[in-house]
Design a protein. Structure first.
Length: 358
């Protein structure tokens, strides 16, 4: 890769006392061929290139196997670091798609102008020989996975779309494949957005299935259909409502409680006391989406407060910057947070909505 060169812009001299004009710079990055350049630019998506140019104030040109950057020296430096970071991530096995590109761009706009995609790609969760390995996409996701590795009970707290459930299920499947646990138990409270089970059609199993569907979706993304079916038939993977956990002792199991903000205080205490020998547990939830009646306190909120200083229990916090769904989901979560709680205000402990200024 060529060295970055810079020079002061030509033109009319600045007036006395005015700040000196920003230096302009040029950098040319040489790669093995045009295919690599296309991969780094997420297939050459022109909308992404325009976003990079607008965010960093540079002009990007590609030809054959090189990328040329022109513009203010600081912008060129940041763009160069971003592209070099994308290339390190690519060499480490990361596929540069739209999300990866935009994440690297956001990192480059920050003060240090760095990108850590390559570091994130160093952790790979293997769930099936025929499915791609799973890697964290943000530093908070990486911290979440490290916490799961190091602790027997982990609370994963954050808004929708931050990968709390998917990453926990991926870690569970990997642990089962490595025979670190004998089974996976996935559970959820059957409480959603004001609907009552009695008003849903079908028998009990048909009523419950929609509540558990997100857990099946995660398994289907991580395993081939025949693998998942085999695990289910052997009872190596169990998906069940939280009510079915009462009275059980879960030994040698990787247990995941999803949507824990909708547990009552009694349900959460019951669940936490199910852990047996050799068990590992992950509890995921979003304190801003509590669907319990107003007179019922969330078991997740109480557990976080009661257990915050308990040795052996970790708390991983994710936020809208960790959302890995459509980029508009980040904007939606941020807009709602500002609308409900105000700029910079902490989310209330009970997670209930409060208008800004209340």
């Amino acid at each position: 890769m060529d060295a970055l060169t810079s020079s002061p812009p030509a033109g009319i001299p600045a007036e006395p006392g005015a700040a000196p004009p920003a230096a302009v710079a040029t950098a040319t990055l040489q790669f093995e061929g045009p295919r690599i350049v296309q991969m780094l630019l997420s297939g050459g998506d022109p909308t992404l290139v325009r976003q990079l140019e607008e965010a960093l104030g540079v002009r990007l040109t590609t030809r054959e196997g090189w990328i040329k950057l022109d513009g203010p020296a600081d912008g060129v430096m940041r763009a160069r670091r971003m592209i070099e970071g994308l290339d390190r991530a690519r060499q480490g096995g990361t596929t540069i798609k739209r999300w990866e590109f935009l994440y690297a761009l956001r990192q480059s706009v920050q003060a240090d102008g760095s990108s850590d995609l390559a570091t994130l790609g160093e952790m790979k969760i293997v769930t099936s020989p025929r499915r791609p390995a799973v890697s964290p996409k943000t530093p908070n996701q990486l911290a979440y996975l490290r916490a799961i590795e190091a602790h027997d009970i982990v609370f994963g707290l954050g808004p929708a779309g931050t990968g709390k459930t998917f990453l926990a299920v991926a870690m569970a499947v990997q642990a089962l494949r490595r025979e670190q646990v004998g089974r996976i138990v996935l559970t959820r409270p059957a409480v959603e957005a004001g609907e009552a089970l009695g008003f849903l059609p079908g028998d009990l199993q048909e009523k419950i299935y929609p509540y558990l569907r997100p857990l099946y979706d995660a398994l289907q993304r991580l395993l081939e259909p025949e693998e998942l079916q085999r695990y289910l038939e052997k009872k190596a993977v169990e998906v069940a409502p939280l009510a079915y956990m009462r009275g059980r002792t879960l030994d040698n199991a990787f247990i995941i409680l999803d949507e824990a903000q909708n547990t009552t205080q009694e349900q959460m205490f019951m669940f936490l006391t199910r852990l047996g020998q050799g068990a590992k547990c992950v509890i995921t939830g979003d304190r801003t989406q509590i669907d319990l009646p107003p007179n019922r306190r969330s078991g997740l909120v109480e557990a976080v407060q009661a257990l915050k200083d308990t040795p052996g229990i970790a708390f991983a916090h994710l936020d809208e910057a960790d959302v890995v769904r459509h980029e508009l989901v980040q904007a939606i979560i941020r807009a709602y947070r500002l609308h409900r709680y105000g700029d910079g205000a902490p989310i209330p402990r009970d997670g209930r909505e409060r208008r800004a200024g209340d």
